[in-house]
Ligand binder design. Structure first.
Ligand code: ATP
Ligand code: MG
Length: 778
């Protein structure tokens, strides 16, 4: 078999030292003395090398012999699954060729691959492009975000079923931009014509689009990878009535990165809104909020101090204010928000020193930052100083005060600020939701949702955030695999192909390791609830309890077993440094601070705290409450049963998966073609890593397990009838199915290499290459 594929003149892919793929041409084929196939290949430099296969008949899939190249006509094909030779280098070649032809989008079966050009692409999304996609099926036009949006819409229209579009990819790959184009497409094509009622209120489409600048101001920040990086996940549902008109929307947000509020790496920034406020607020406001004299000195803006009245921020500030107005957050509420934000900046500037000759923390009660923060937040300055520098211990009814160290007190100070900010973020989401869905009659309306969620992350140092993000990606990967698998299965059944359980990669063991009864999250929670729990005792617990035979391949030994643990994810191994895990997981503030905050004279802060608590409660209940989470105070939980960050996240993921399962899902995988954000630059190795991480290559592998190539009989007969002499094919020209069988019998023979379906021929992985090989010879 291998001999009929690797004929002289066949083009193959050779891997070089840097793991890049280079072109090679087969010169000769031989069977070596040890019985293995040996082919001699000439590379691009004209040098000849001999490559040996695993056996006489082994092909590229079994390892050994090089993968085959496709003929020129396939090298810019717009759907990867139609490649006769479906292998990594060929996939990469198509995406690269298309990108250099300025095509950003390529299908891989049901997935749309989108490569970020880092260049001006206004013309790609212009109104005439939008118009051209309306009412057209996916096959009719070039791959595009709009084609996916239109497909979701037409499926919803036809079936009445809700749709979800999952946009994933690494930081800076273009998820948020893509999600916005999809939302704009739906709003402009399927929205109401009117721009608002007679009261002058904004149209629902305007309100939906206004969520973007709001969420970006409060949830995006400059990072090393992306100047406008989303530090949270978002699932927004656009609701449609029976006439397929937009009637509202609702959204859920996931896991805002809290630590960014109080610390950023050099050259990274805090949430955009702080810079917008410092630069864009009126002089009077800046003065009243204490932002005028200390602007360059806020500790929380340390990574990237703002320049006052910096043009883009000033402009963005007014855009944020306009968007808030559109969703009904008026001038007065905005002032209350800004007061809170300024309060947080001052909290960061509160000095905490050690008491003379001790390690105990102390604060000056007349510290200007403390007084300003307390005044803006409406809390008691002395009380804040007292409970931040010392903790109250209840020993069988007797209350003791125990001093905190400076580091601990700083941790508490920053924790309070993070807590308030995350409550504010939740408050915004709740407010925006109540504006987007004012009419309860639409609660059950069908929807098209867009999920813009962080892709798999693997940095030099990975912490709690990466752990949660990668856990989310494991769940999404599982959803994706089972979807692809089910679709495949459905086609087999429809075509009458016998369905033998195909071995597809299953990441359930990894998910069990993370969320199982005795898993990383449950052990983390257990440890977080112990007063004496530390990051080290947590990692000891993991090593003690998770090293069982079923976890052997996924929970790996770590060189730094005391400070880190390693999980084998579907997209690669990741080591997590446990430093800070427990604190981040607890994610709440000491009880005394909660009391202090709820005693505030600032009515808005109280509202924000209550909303934040209610949101957490809502997320930890399994069913999404249909009621306004803002209604009524949340039930108080015992101090030891406070929901942890990871358990809140786990519940919200369970809910998300549940929702996704009840919708038809469409997939967009965004790819960042280079690290330095250069326009139109394509780095192959970098792209390949992402194709691997986002599951595109994995699905190629799955399809190999079954019948990866399928072709309607007509198409097959038309392409391959020239393999046989005319007098043989002539009698069957009117019967493509029969002709297909004759061609296959005479070229491939009988056996398990292909199977007849109802309308298509199903071919095993190595059948098509043989046919293509013979065809090239002809
Ligand atoms: P993160 O995970 O950090 O939030 P992301 O995947 O959401 O990243 P985006 O913020 O959408 O990434 O994109 C990063 C930048 O890439 C954008 O600010 C923009 O400059 C550029 N970009 C993204 N998509 C496009 C596009 N379709 N055309 C032109 N430029 C784009
Ligand atoms: Mg983003």
């Amino acid at each position: 078999m291998a001999q009929s594929i690797y004929r002289p003149g066949t083009f193959v892919w050779l891997v070089d030292k840097e793991q890049r793929w280079l072109s090679g041409e087969v010169k000769s084929f031989a069977v070596a003395e040890d019985g293995r196939a040996a082919i001699t290949v000439k590379n691009e430099q004209g040098e000849e090398t001999t490559v040996k296969g695993a056996s006489k008949d082994a092909g590229a899939e079994e390892g050994g012999l090089p993968p085959l190249q496709n003929t020129a006509e396939f090298r810019t094909i717009n759907d990867l699954t139609r490649l006769p030779h479906l292998n990594e280098p060929s996939i990469l070649e198509v995406i690269r060729n298309r990108f250099s032809d300025r095509c950003l989008y390529t299908y891989s079966g049901i997935v749309l691959i989108a490569v970020n050009p880092f260049a001006d692409t206004t013309s790609y999304y212009a109104p005439d492009v939008i118009r051209s996609y309306i009412g057209r099926s996916r096959e009719e036009l070039d791959p595009h975000l709009f084609a996916v949006a239109e497909e979701a819409f037409s499926t919803m229209e036809r079936t009445g079923k809700a749709q979800s579009i999952i946009v994933s990819g690494e930081s800076g790959s273009g998820k948020t931009e893509s999600a916005k184009y999809i939302m704009r497409y739906l709003a402009s094509v399927h929205g109401h014509e009117s721009t608002g009622g007679s009261s002058g209120s904004s149209s629902i489409e305007q309100q939906i689009l206004a969520t973007n600048p709001i969420l970006e101001a409060f949830g995006n920040a400059k990072t090393a990878r992306n100047d406008n990086s989303s530090r949270f996940g978002k699932y927004i549902q656009i609701l449609f009535d029976d006439h397929q008109r937009i009637v509202g929307a609702r959204m859920r947000t996931y896991l805002l990165e809290r630590s960014r509020l109080t610390f950023q790496q050099p050259l990274e920034g805090n949430y955009h809104i702080f810079y917008q406020l410092c630069s864009g607020a009126s002089e009077n406001d800046r003065h009243n909020l204490g932002l005028d004299d200390a602007t360059t000195d806020f500790r929380y803006l340390g990574g990237m101090p703002p320049q006052p009245t910096q043009a883009p921020y000033t402009h963005d500030f007014s855009a944020t204010c306009d968007a808030l107005e559109v969703v009904g957050i008026g001038e007065e509420k905005r002032q209350a928000i800004f007061q809170l934000l300024a309060g947080l900046l001052h909290v960061g500037n509160i000095e905490i020193r050690s008491k003379r000759d001790t390690k105990d923390a102390t604060m000056d009660e007349d510290d200007v930052a403390l007084l300003r923060a307390a005044a803006l937040l409406g809390i008691d300055a002395k009380g804040f100083a007292k409970c931040t520098t010392a903790k109250q211990i209840d020993a069988r009814g007797e209350i003791f005060s125990a001093a905190r160290t400076v580091a601990q007190a700083i941790g508490v100070r920053d924790g309070v600020a993070q807590y308030i900010y995350s409550c504010l973020f939740d408050w915004l989401a709740v407010r925006v939701n109540s504006s987007l869905l004012s009419d309860t009659e639409h609660l059950e309306a069908t929807f098209i949702a867009v999920l813009d969620i962080y892709g798999f992350e693997h940095f030099e140092k990975n912490s709690f955030e990466q752990f949660c993000i990668n856990y989310a990606n494991e769940k999404l990967q599982q959803q994706f695999l089972s979807h692809v698998f089910k679709l495949d299965q459905a086609e087999y059944v429809e075509e009458g192909i016998p369905w033998n359980a195909i071995d597809f990669p299953d990441n359930q063991p990894c998910i069990n390791l993370i969320e199982g009864k005795i898993g990383v999250i449950s052990l983390l929670d257990e440890e977080s609830r112990l007063a004496a729990g530390t990051d080290t005792s947590f990692v000891d617990k993991l090593n003690g309890q998770l090293k069982m035979p079923q976890n052997k391949r996924i929970f790996k030994d770590h060189l730094h077993g005391k400070t880190a643990f390693k999980i084998a994810h579907y997209a690669g191994d990741v080591s997590y440094s446990v430093d800070g895990f427990l604190e981040k997981n607890r994610g709440t503030v000491p009880e005394e601070h909660l009391v202090l905050l709820t005693d505030t004279t600032n009515a808005f802060l109280l509202e924000v705290i209550q909303t934040g608590r209610a949101s957490v409660d809502e997320r930890t209940t399994t069913q999404l409450s249909k009621q306004d989470p803002n209604a009524g105070d949340a039930p108080r939980r015992g101090a030891n049963r406070k929901p942890t960050q990871s358990s809140v996240f786990k519940s919200s993921l369970v809910l998300l998966m549940d929702t996704l399962d009840r919708t038809d899902v469409h997939y967009i995988r965004c790819i960042k073609p280079n690290e330095d954000k250069q326009p139109w630059k394509f780095q192959s190795g970098h792209v390949l890593d992402q194709l691997r991480a986002c599951g595109v290559l994995e699905t190629v592998k799955i399809s190999r397990a079954g019948y990866p190539s399928r072709m309607p009989y007509e198409e097959f007969a038309a392409r391959y009838s020239l393999l046989l002499p005319r007098h043989v094919t002539r009698p069957y020209l009117r019967d493509p199915q029969r002709l297909t069988t004759v061609i296959l019998q005479r070229t491939i023979g009988t056996g398990d290499k292909y199977h007849n379906g109802r309308t298509k021929i199903f071919l095993r992985a190595r059948t098509l290459p043989v046919l293509e090989g013979i065809r090239t010879e002809k």
